[in-house]
Unconditional design. Structure first.
Lengths: 178, 623
């Protein structure tokens, strides 16, 4: 089973890339083994849902727009390679998660701590325009949608041997913690 | 006499009027904080053992809170405090001019924990403004949703946020002598929780690895599952609406809910046993712990859980339906009940902005409430939100929080206020499971794996950090038993064929309507004051529990509840060197269960920037 999960607050323009593309991806044709779901409902809840599954996911693809000081619109597609910060930092991230903060970094770290991520966990992450309120993407991000969807499709469907060793497109692993 | 400081009196018929012969009845003194700050600066400069201790942010709280304190490490006392809300909460501005039906959905986003509570409070305000009376089942289902939110919230705070402050890890790092004694202290409630010593409990309170921490994480799932059966999703439900709920309620939905609710019966007993043992031990070991976070029990609560057949949403009958709630609304001053009437609670409210990043507003639109009770120009129905970011200064403005008062007194709020008010007021409806004695709240918890238990929360002698958390533990079985009362009613209604859950309504296109929603977040007091002008929201004002608790000083210099509680806290921590963690200060702050509205975003007129980006949060170098 493959999960494509979208992440991001609503109504924050580029930061809402995940929620904006979620219904579009639902309408696309996918093989039966691919599920599309939102991952906005809190990292702890997501961990618990993963833990409750009888059949673990073979692959997870997370789509997000997270600011990382890249040029706006930069698309990064990378393999989550694990690792966790200090226990104190994890504790702080759990405190944030249970009190309503939605964040890719917290989700990855908390998920890693509770060991929910399959080896084949891939992130498609786009650099958003600085935070603004609004329902639509900026033109810069709107123009990247075909590439974003292509990256998601590749991440979800490509043979693992074709993905694993490579940094795809402009991809690299980000340091989520010191 | 209800009010001692506001210029409001009552005639022999109970009709309120403004005191005669007072020129500016709502005038107040604004004191200059500079003199006090100069003294603190002098102390800091002269004494090496007096240090600034800043937390920015305060961790393990919801949202953005910073706290500045000056601590005398030699005499082990706190000299000065400032509480700072570091983000702007702009919901009042977002809501202005919108269709009133948006209020429940938008205001729900004010919090990542209590979204359902905000949605309900907005619905209550709408119901009052537009004379919408929900059907009995709608009222009962709303009560169930609220209880379940509390069953999510209280364990979360007790074990994930505040709990680590009492864990072996933290205590060994700050007061090893306390943990050493704990390992030998027998746990009196072993039959309820299975631990033979307090030390074993503290070890399982360790974050991430402790069994109690992990169990609480698991219980949040149980509560969420129960909530979404009706709410659709959590924390921002789609089914809470003015006039009731938008959900289909069937016996199978209620049975699914009961399966989850039942798990909190044993869990509630266990949690009470855990915290009774930990806190009793700490105070026995060192009586100074009873002074951690101490302040007078001067608190306000809106009451929650409406009674079908009594609640009619009207302002005119607000005191009647308020007093019929399963938790009694009102005000406590130094532990004594001053009023249980929602109308008086409402009339005594004011918000001040002298030490907050706001401009004052002009005028006073409403001189009285709909019953003729005089209102202050600073009352939420008269207040306007006019943000003005600026330099942070302890002498002037230092918080995005306002300074709310009731009868010119800073008020504390919390889950515990519900117990305190209800225990003291003795107005609890007749209940199979609950009894208010005037000095305690008795809770009969049906057994699961554990046998039936008769728990009793007693009004404490001192109001401090430990008692706040202890009362929060008792709030779990209290909420579970109110749920049981409402669950039984819901089943009976379905049996009787009463399946209606909402009342339709129209929004008038002309005229002015006003309402207030009084409901309670996990952290206590929550009010939404609404004015509708010609079919759109003309004014919307939200006062959250953390607006009350995290308040900066009043214009006349009274500290907000966090500030006062920390100021009264003795430093018991053993580390007085570079390892000083300020655990006693943090215990005092966290005992309030701070919830600073998070994810707050607001556009500035004429700009494409978000105001949250412009806030200075670092306390370093602040005057």
């Amino acid at each position: 089973m493959v999960l494509i999960g979208t992440l991001g607050y609503h109504n924050l323009k580029d930061f809402s890339l995940g929620p904006i593309l979620f219904p579009i991806m639902q309408e696309m044709d996918w093989p039966d083994e691919v599920e599309i779901d939102e991952l906005n409902w809190g990292a702890v809840a997501i961990v618990q849902n993963f833990q409750a599954r009888t059949e673990p996911y073979d692959r997870v693809v997370i789509l997000s727009a997270t600011p990382r000081d890249r040029p706006i619109g930069t698309l990064t597609y990378y393999h989550w390679q694990g690792g966790i910060p200090s226990l104190e930092s994890i504790q702080d991230r759990i405190s944030e998660a249970v009190t309503g903060v939605t964040s890719l970094d917290n989700l990855l770290v908390i998920g890693e701590y509770f060991d929910i991520w399959p080896t084949e966990t891939l992130i498609v992450d786009v650099e958003p325009h600085p935070e603004q309120a609004g329902e639509r993407l900026t033109d810069a991000l709107q123009a990247r949608i075909p590439e974003v969807l292509k990256a998601v499709e590749h991440a979800a469907l490509a043979d693992w041997s074709a993905i694993k060793p490579k940094e795809i497109l402009e991809g690299k692993q980000f340091e989520l913690y010191p | 006499m209800c009010f001692k400081n506001l210029p409001v009196e009552f005639d022999e018929n109970g009709q309120a009027y403004l005191k005669e012969g007072v020129n500016n009845p709502y005038d107040y003194q604004v004191i200059d904080l500079a003199e006090r700050e100069d003294k603190v600066h002098e102390l800091l400069a002269k004494n090496g053992f007096i240090k600034s201790v800043d937390y920015d942010p305060v961790t393990r709280v919801a949202g953005a809170l910073a706290f500045h304190s000056v601590v005398d490490l030699k005499n082990k006392k706190v000299v000065s405090t400032n509480s700072m809300a570091t983000l702007f909460r702009g919901y009042e501005i977002i809501l202005r001019g919108r269709d009133p039906r948006d209020a429940a959905y938008i205001s729900s986003r004010a919090c990542g924990v209590c979204g359902g509570v905000h949605a309900t409070t907005a619905a209550l305000a709408m119901e009052m403004a537009l004379d919408i009376k929900p059907p009995p089942l709608g009222i009962v289902i709303r009560n169930l949703l609220l209880s379940i939110e509390y069953l999510y919230d209280h364990p979360l705070h007790l074990f994930l946020l505040a709990g680590p402050d009492y864990s072996e890890q933290l205590i060994n790092a700050t007061n090893p002598e306390l943990f050493k004694a704990a390992t030998k202290a027998p746990a009196k409630n072993q039959a309820k929780h299975g631990y033979s010593t307090v030390g074993e409990i503290m070890t399982d309170l360790n974050p991430l690895t402790g069994k109690l921490y992990l169990e609480a994480l698991g219980m949040t799932r149980v509560a969420r599952e129960a909530y979404v059966l009706i709410g659709g999703k959590y924390p921002h439900p789609q089914s809470v609406i003015p006039g009731g709920v938008a959900a289909t309620i069937t016996p199978s939905v209620l049975n699914e809910l009961y399966i989850r609710l039942q798990k909190f019966f044993d869990y509630g007993q266990k949690v009470v046993g855990i915290w009774d043992d930990v806190f009793d031990f700490m105070v026995e070991f060192n009586p100074d712990y009873a002074r951690c976070g101490i302040r007078p029990a001067t608190m306000a609560d809106t009451g929650v859980w409406d009674r079908p057949g009594v609640y009619d949403a009207s302002y005119a009958n607000m005191d009647e339906w308020g007093n019929a709630r399963w938790s009694t609304p009102g005000v406590l001053v130094d532990g004594e009940v001053v009023t249980t009437d929602l109308s008086k609670l409402n009339a005594g409210l004011e918000e001040f902005i002298e030490h907050s990043y706001y401009e004052h507003w002009d005028g006073q639109r409403f001189k009285t409430d709909p019953l003729g009770l005089p209102l202050s120009p600073n009352h939420p129905w008269n207040k306007e939100t006019k943000p003005k970011p600026g330099k942070q200064s302890w002498r002037d403005k230092y918080s995005w929080d306002t300074s709310p008062t009731w009868d010119r007194m800073p008020m504390e709020a919390g889950a515990y206020t519900r117990l305190y008010m209800t225990a003291k007021a003795q107005k609890l409806p007749t209940s199979e499971f609950l009894e208010s004695t005037g000095h305690s709240l008795k809770i009969l918890v049906p057994g699961g794996v554990l046998p039936d238990a008769g728990l009793e929360w007693k009004v404490p002698e001192h109001w401090n950090a430990l008692e706040r958390n202890r009362a929060r533990a008792y709030a779990i079985p209290y909420s579970a038993m109110v749920s049981m009362e409402n669950w039984k009613m819901a089943m009976e209604m379905l049996r009787q064929g009463e399946t209606e859950v909402s009342t339709p309504y129209e929004i008038p296109k002309k005229g002015t309507q006003m309402g207030v929603g009084f409901w309670g977040a996990g952290r206590g007091f929550l009010s939404h004051h609404l004015v509708i002008d010609d079919g759109a929201i003309g004014n919307y004002q939200i006062v959250t529990p953390s607006t009350l608790n995290a308040a900066p000083r009043t214009p006349w210099g009274a500290e907000g509840p966090y500030e006062e509680a920390v100021l009264n806290t003795p430093i018991i921590e053993a580390n007085m060197d570079d390892d000083f963690k300020g655990i006693d200060i943090l215990r005092a702050i966290r005992s309030f269960d701070p919830c600073m509205p998070c994810t707050t975003h607001i556009m500035v007129d004429g700009a494409d920037k978000l105001i949250t980006r412009e806030v200075t949060t670092c306390a370093c170098g602040v005057e």
